[in-house]
Design a protein around this ligand. Structure first.
Ligand SMILES: [Zn+2]
Ligand SMILES: [Zn+2]
Length: 245
């Protein structure tokens, strides 16, 4: 399997960086996990043809993970894509489908079918992706309860099983504890370097002894923040970096 880091920017835009997205290729399929702003540009740089992408999986609905989706769908349509595209969402399928109509992304006009589905822990096993819940969005519980909003606070991290190694993609997490149990089963980690505490990240890395790519922030800021724990095995992620596993 090959994972390419397409975007490293967090919730705040950074000059010269794309927001979160990963392109993952195995023998049978090509898919994205997350689709932040800038993803379509990255895909154009890679010269992917209109029909190559099989599916898009969104870890949670923060804009830095979702905001590039709509222009990507439209670009594929304008490039005359014909193949079905699967879109896996953690929650709010109906609201996002309605929002597409707000954007004039109408099923009847598109030359390809967008098959939108809710996913859970077991839905993606066929592509060797194993999502698990994290507590990244739990801080919104009060406001969701107060206004009786439909938001389900669902946010996922992923274990991706390659031929030789397993990779843990944390996406956004609230604390290192969210992924601790899974980290032990993985040889490679792509780790949110901004939301969990420094101490939590440090201990997680020391305990798990995996190859680590710290991400989701400004490259220089993350290098400074984690200067004490960077090594041959622990690096700050760069865009377009490829990981084979
Ligand atoms: Zn984020
Ligand atoms: Zn987030």
């Amino acid at each position: 399997m090959k994972l390419t880091i397409l975007g490293t920017a967090p919730g705040k835009s950074l000059l010269g960086n794309s927001h979160t997205s990963y392109l993952i290729q195995d023998d049978n399929s090509l898919f994205l996990i997350d689709c932040g702003e800038g993803t379509t540009q990255k895909i154009l740089e890679k010269n992917l043809s209109k029909d190559e992408l099989d599916m898009i999986i969104i870890s949670h609905l923060h804009p830095d993970h979702l905001s590039g989706l709509f222009i990507l769908l439209q670009t594929l349509y304008l490039n005359k894509r014909k193949k079905d595209l699967f879109l896996f969402l953690p929650e709010s399928v109906d609201q996002i489908t309605s929002f597409m109509e707000v954007l004039y992304i109408f099923k009847d006009r598109f030359g390809y079918k967008i098959i939108t589905q809710l996913y859970d822990e077991n839905s993606l096993a066929e592509i060797r992706v194993f999502p698990f819940n994290n507590s990244h969005l739990i801080g919104y519980k009060n406001i969701v309860d107060k206004y009786d909003l439909p938001n389900k606070l669902l946010s996922y991290s992923f274990v991706i099983k390659g031929k030789n190694k397993s990779l843990l993609l944390s996406s956004d997490i609230r604390s290192a504890e969210d992924i601790q149990a899974h980290a032990k089963q993985c040889e490679i980690m792509i780790l949110d370097g901004i939301h969990p505490s420094y101490q939590g990240v440090k201990e997680l890395i020391e305990q798990s002894n995996t190859e680590v790519y710290i991400t989701h922030g400004d490259f220089k800021e993350l290098q400074l923040k984690y200067a004490d724990i960077l090594s041959d095995k622990v690096k700050v992620a760069k865009e377009n970096e490829e990981i084979i596993f």
